[in-house]
Ligand binder design. Structure first.
Ligand code: DGL
Length: 272
Protein backbone atom coordinates (compact mmCIF):
# COMPACT_ATOMS: atom_id res chain seq x y z
CA UNK A 1 0.00 0.00 0.00
CA UNK A 2 1.05 3.57 -0.60
CA UNK A 3 1.10 5.54 2.62
CA UNK A 4 1.71 9.27 2.98
CA UNK A 5 3.23 10.64 6.17
CA UNK A 6 3.76 14.33 6.81
CA UNK A 7 5.04 16.70 9.40
CA UNK A 8 6.33 20.25 9.53
CA UNK A 9 9.82 18.80 9.52
CA UNK A 10 11.89 15.81 10.57
CA UNK A 11 9.83 15.02 13.67
CA UNK A 12 7.55 12.90 11.51
CA UNK A 13 10.48 10.61 10.74
CA UNK A 14 9.84 9.13 14.17
CA UNK A 15 6.49 7.83 12.91
CA UNK A 16 7.98 6.67 9.62
CA UNK A 17 10.75 4.89 11.50
CA UNK A 18 8.20 3.09 13.62
CA UNK A 19 6.37 2.14 10.42
CA UNK A 20 9.62 0.58 9.14
CA UNK A 21 9.50 -1.63 12.22
CA UNK A 22 5.89 -2.66 12.11
CA UNK A 23 4.95 -2.31 8.44
CA UNK A 24 8.18 -2.71 6.46
CA UNK A 25 6.53 -3.89 3.27
CA UNK A 26 4.49 -0.81 2.45
CA UNK A 27 5.52 2.04 0.19
CA UNK A 28 5.99 5.43 1.86
CA UNK A 29 5.84 9.04 0.77
CA UNK A 30 7.32 11.18 3.49
CA UNK A 31 6.77 14.93 3.36
CA UNK A 32 8.59 17.39 5.63
CA UNK A 33 7.29 20.93 5.27
CA UNK A 34 10.61 22.47 6.23
CA UNK A 35 9.79 25.63 4.34
CA UNK A 36 7.20 26.37 7.04
CA UNK A 37 8.67 24.71 10.12
CA UNK A 38 7.90 25.35 12.97
CA UNK A 39 4.13 24.92 12.88
CA UNK A 40 3.90 25.24 16.64
CA UNK A 41 4.14 29.01 16.59
CA UNK A 42 1.98 29.63 13.48
CA UNK A 43 -1.67 30.61 13.35
CA UNK A 44 -4.42 28.04 13.03
CA UNK A 45 -5.29 29.36 9.56
CA UNK A 46 -1.73 29.01 8.33
CA UNK A 47 -1.44 25.43 9.56
CA UNK A 48 -4.78 24.49 7.98
CA UNK A 49 -3.57 25.89 4.68
CA UNK A 50 -0.21 24.08 4.80
CA UNK A 51 -1.81 20.77 5.76
CA UNK A 52 -4.35 21.04 2.98
CA UNK A 53 -1.69 21.72 0.38
CA UNK A 54 0.39 18.77 1.56
CA UNK A 55 -2.55 16.36 1.68
CA UNK A 56 -3.52 17.38 -1.87
CA UNK A 57 0.06 16.85 -3.04
CA UNK A 58 0.33 13.40 -1.48
CA UNK A 59 -3.10 12.30 -2.66
CA UNK A 60 -1.83 13.26 -6.12
CA UNK A 61 0.98 10.71 -5.61
CA UNK A 62 -1.63 7.99 -5.22
CA UNK A 63 -1.46 7.42 -1.46
CA UNK A 64 -4.16 5.20 0.01
CA UNK A 65 -3.85 6.54 3.56
CA UNK A 66 -2.37 9.60 5.20
CA UNK A 67 -0.75 9.93 8.59
CA UNK A 68 -0.53 13.43 9.98
CA UNK A 69 2.67 12.77 11.93
CA UNK A 70 2.34 16.08 13.69
CA UNK A 71 0.39 16.71 16.88
CA UNK A 72 0.19 20.41 16.02
CA UNK A 73 -1.36 19.93 12.58
CA UNK A 74 -3.66 17.25 13.96
CA UNK A 75 -4.97 19.56 16.63
CA UNK A 76 -6.09 22.24 14.20
CA UNK A 77 -6.31 20.75 10.70
CA UNK A 78 -7.41 17.13 10.81
CA UNK A 79 -11.16 17.75 10.63
CA UNK A 80 -10.72 19.85 7.53
CA UNK A 81 -8.59 17.16 5.87
CA UNK A 82 -11.05 14.40 6.70
CA UNK A 83 -13.84 16.47 5.31
CA UNK A 84 -12.02 17.04 2.07
CA UNK A 85 -10.32 13.71 1.29
CA UNK A 86 -11.92 10.31 1.25
CA UNK A 87 -8.87 8.17 2.12
CA UNK A 88 -8.25 7.19 5.75
CA UNK A 89 -6.51 10.04 7.56
CA UNK A 90 -4.87 9.32 10.90
CA UNK A 91 -3.71 11.99 13.27
CA UNK A 92 -1.56 12.12 16.37
CA UNK A 93 -2.37 13.45 19.76
CA UNK A 94 -0.30 13.44 22.93
CA UNK A 95 -0.52 9.96 24.46
CA UNK A 96 -2.09 11.19 27.68
CA UNK A 97 -4.53 8.32 28.05
CA UNK A 98 -1.92 5.53 28.20
CA UNK A 99 0.18 7.73 30.50
CA UNK A 100 -2.71 8.27 32.94
CA UNK A 101 -3.82 4.66 32.81
CA UNK A 102 -0.35 3.16 32.97
CA UNK A 103 1.03 5.05 35.94
CA UNK A 104 0.37 5.54 39.63
CA UNK A 105 -0.96 8.68 41.27
CA UNK A 106 2.04 10.94 40.68
CA UNK A 107 1.89 13.75 38.17
CA UNK A 108 2.31 13.61 34.41
CA UNK A 109 4.02 16.26 32.32
CA UNK A 110 2.94 16.70 28.70
CA UNK A 111 5.45 18.57 26.55
CA UNK A 112 4.26 19.81 23.17
CA UNK A 113 4.24 22.86 20.90
CA UNK A 114 2.50 26.10 21.92
CA UNK A 115 -0.35 25.43 19.45
CA UNK A 116 -0.96 21.90 20.76
CA UNK A 117 -0.92 23.13 24.36
CA UNK A 118 -3.30 25.99 23.60
CA UNK A 119 -5.84 24.24 21.40
CA UNK A 120 -9.17 22.71 22.44
CA UNK A 121 -8.31 19.24 21.16
CA UNK A 122 -5.87 18.60 23.99
CA UNK A 123 -8.06 20.36 26.56
CA UNK A 124 -11.00 18.16 25.56
CA UNK A 125 -8.84 15.06 25.82
CA UNK A 126 -7.77 16.08 29.33
CA UNK A 127 -11.38 16.59 30.35
CA UNK A 128 -12.05 13.01 29.32
CA UNK A 129 -9.03 11.23 30.76
CA UNK A 130 -7.59 13.44 33.50
CA UNK A 131 -10.39 13.55 36.03
CA UNK A 132 -7.87 13.70 38.87
CA UNK A 133 -5.94 16.64 37.37
CA UNK A 134 -2.62 14.88 37.35
CA UNK A 135 -1.52 16.37 34.05
CA UNK A 136 0.56 19.54 33.58
CA UNK A 137 1.29 21.04 30.16
CA UNK A 138 4.53 22.66 29.03
CA UNK A 139 5.25 24.11 25.59
CA UNK A 140 8.83 23.53 24.43
CA UNK A 141 9.16 25.09 20.97
CA UNK A 142 12.94 25.31 21.34
CA UNK A 143 13.22 21.53 21.01
CA UNK A 144 11.74 21.69 17.51
CA UNK A 145 14.55 24.02 16.49
CA UNK A 146 17.21 21.80 18.01
CA UNK A 147 15.74 18.74 16.27
CA UNK A 148 15.70 20.44 12.88
CA UNK A 149 19.36 21.40 13.36
CA UNK A 150 20.24 17.83 14.29
CA UNK A 151 21.31 18.84 17.80
CA UNK A 152 19.98 16.06 19.99
CA UNK A 153 22.29 16.04 22.99
CA UNK A 154 24.71 18.33 24.71
CA UNK A 155 24.78 21.28 26.99
CA UNK A 156 22.59 23.65 24.96
CA UNK A 157 19.63 21.23 24.89
CA UNK A 158 20.00 20.41 28.55
CA UNK A 159 20.26 24.05 29.57
CA UNK A 160 17.17 24.95 27.55
CA UNK A 161 15.20 22.15 29.18
CA UNK A 162 16.38 23.03 32.68
CA UNK A 163 15.53 26.66 32.10
CA UNK A 164 11.99 25.81 30.95
CA UNK A 165 11.55 23.38 33.83
CA UNK A 166 12.90 25.72 36.47
CA UNK A 167 9.53 26.30 38.14
CA UNK A 168 8.67 22.58 38.29
CA UNK A 169 9.25 20.01 40.98
CA UNK A 170 10.79 17.28 38.83
CA UNK A 171 10.36 14.60 41.48
CA UNK A 172 6.60 15.05 41.35
CA UNK A 173 6.36 13.42 37.90
CA UNK A 174 6.10 9.76 37.02
CA UNK A 175 5.60 10.19 33.26
CA UNK A 176 6.71 12.55 30.53
CA UNK A 177 4.44 12.53 27.48
CA UNK A 178 6.20 13.50 24.26
CA UNK A 179 3.38 15.42 22.61
CA UNK A 180 5.37 16.48 19.56
CA UNK A 181 6.98 14.11 17.10
CA UNK A 182 10.15 16.21 17.13
CA UNK A 183 10.68 15.39 20.80
CA UNK A 184 11.61 11.73 20.44
CA UNK A 185 15.20 12.53 19.55
CA UNK A 186 15.95 13.88 23.03
CA UNK A 187 15.14 10.88 25.20
CA UNK A 188 18.68 10.62 26.66
CA UNK A 189 18.40 14.25 27.84
CA UNK A 190 15.03 13.56 29.52
CA UNK A 191 16.63 10.61 31.28
CA UNK A 192 19.50 12.80 32.45
CA UNK A 193 17.10 15.37 33.84
CA UNK A 194 14.29 13.19 35.20
CA UNK A 195 16.21 10.00 35.95
CA UNK A 196 15.45 6.44 35.03
CA UNK A 197 12.19 6.01 36.86
CA UNK A 198 10.11 8.37 34.77
CA UNK A 199 8.08 6.76 31.94
CA UNK A 200 8.68 8.36 28.54
CA UNK A 201 5.45 8.02 26.61
CA UNK A 202 5.01 8.74 22.92
CA UNK A 203 2.26 7.90 20.48
CA UNK A 204 4.32 6.38 17.67
CA UNK A 205 3.84 2.67 18.29
CA UNK A 206 0.11 3.17 18.89
CA UNK A 207 -0.31 5.28 15.77
CA UNK A 208 1.34 2.70 13.53
CA UNK A 209 -0.63 -0.13 15.13
CA UNK A 210 -3.77 1.87 14.46
CA UNK A 211 -2.67 2.40 10.86
CA UNK A 212 -2.19 -1.35 10.41
CA UNK A 213 -5.68 -1.95 11.82
CA UNK A 214 -7.36 0.66 9.67
CA UNK A 215 -5.74 -0.69 6.51
CA UNK A 216 -6.05 -4.35 7.61
CA UNK A 217 -2.32 -4.81 7.17
CA UNK A 218 -0.34 -7.56 8.82
CA UNK A 219 1.69 -6.09 11.57
CA UNK A 220 5.01 -7.70 10.81
CA UNK A 221 7.27 -9.33 13.32
CA UNK A 222 10.32 -7.08 13.07
CA UNK A 223 8.96 -4.86 15.83
CA UNK A 224 11.93 -5.80 17.99
CA UNK A 225 14.54 -6.08 15.28
CA UNK A 226 17.29 -3.51 15.29
CA UNK A 227 16.85 -1.32 12.23
CA UNK A 228 20.01 0.54 11.52
CA UNK A 229 20.01 2.00 8.05
CA UNK A 230 23.38 1.57 6.40
CA UNK A 231 23.05 3.84 3.40
CA UNK A 232 20.74 5.77 1.12
CA UNK A 233 20.09 2.82 -1.21
CA UNK A 234 18.89 0.68 1.65
CA UNK A 235 16.60 3.44 2.83
CA UNK A 236 15.13 3.97 -0.62
CA UNK A 237 14.96 0.40 -1.83
CA UNK A 238 14.45 -1.78 1.22
CA UNK A 239 12.06 0.67 2.86
CA UNK A 240 10.62 1.99 -0.41
CA UNK A 241 10.38 5.60 0.63
CA UNK A 242 10.27 8.77 -1.42
CA UNK A 243 11.12 11.88 0.57
CA UNK A 244 9.88 15.39 -0.10
CA UNK A 245 10.73 18.74 1.39
CA UNK A 246 7.87 21.18 0.86
CA UNK A 247 6.85 19.77 -2.50
CA UNK A 248 10.28 18.91 -3.91
CA UNK A 249 11.50 15.35 -4.03
CA UNK A 250 14.77 15.00 -2.16
CA UNK A 251 17.41 13.76 -4.55
CA UNK A 252 20.41 15.42 -3.00
CA UNK A 253 22.70 12.73 -1.56
CA UNK A 254 23.81 14.88 1.37
CA UNK A 255 20.23 15.44 2.46
CA UNK A 256 19.34 11.76 2.06
CA UNK A 257 22.40 10.85 4.08
CA UNK A 258 21.28 13.27 6.75
CA UNK A 259 17.91 11.53 6.87
CA UNK A 260 19.59 8.15 7.43
CA UNK A 261 21.30 9.77 10.42
CA UNK A 262 17.93 10.88 11.81
CA UNK A 263 16.61 7.34 11.36
CA UNK A 264 19.59 5.90 13.15
CA UNK A 265 19.17 8.34 16.00
CA UNK A 266 15.54 7.22 16.25
CA UNK A 267 16.68 3.61 16.37
CA UNK A 268 19.11 4.46 19.12
CA UNK A 269 16.44 6.16 21.28
CA UNK A 270 13.57 3.80 20.43
CA UNK A 271 13.68 1.74 23.60
CA UNK A 272 15.02 4.32 26.01
N1 DGL B 1 6.33 17.80 14.96
C1 DGL B 1 5.23 18.60 15.21
C2 DGL B 1 4.29 18.08 16.27
O1 DGL B 1 4.22 16.90 16.49
C3 DGL B 1 5.31 20.10 15.10
C4 DGL B 1 6.58 20.82 15.40
C5 DGL B 1 6.52 22.25 14.88
O2 DGL B 1 6.63 22.40 13.67
O3 DGL B 1 6.38 23.17 15.69
O4 DGL B 1 3.58 18.83 16.88
Amino acid sequence: MKIGIFDSGFGGLSVLHEAYHQLPNEEYFFYADRKHVPYGTKTKEQIIEYADEIAGFLVGKGIQALVVACNTATSVAIENLRHKYSIPILGMEPAVKPAVEGTDDKKILVIATPVTVREDKLKNLLKKVDGEHRVDLLPLPGLVEFAEKGIFDGQAVKEYMLQELSGYDLDAYCALVLGCTHFNYFKPVYREIFGNKIALVDGNRGTVRHLADVLSLDNISCDNRNIEIQDIDEMKEVYKTTYFISGDEIKDEQMLKLITKYHNRLEFVRNI
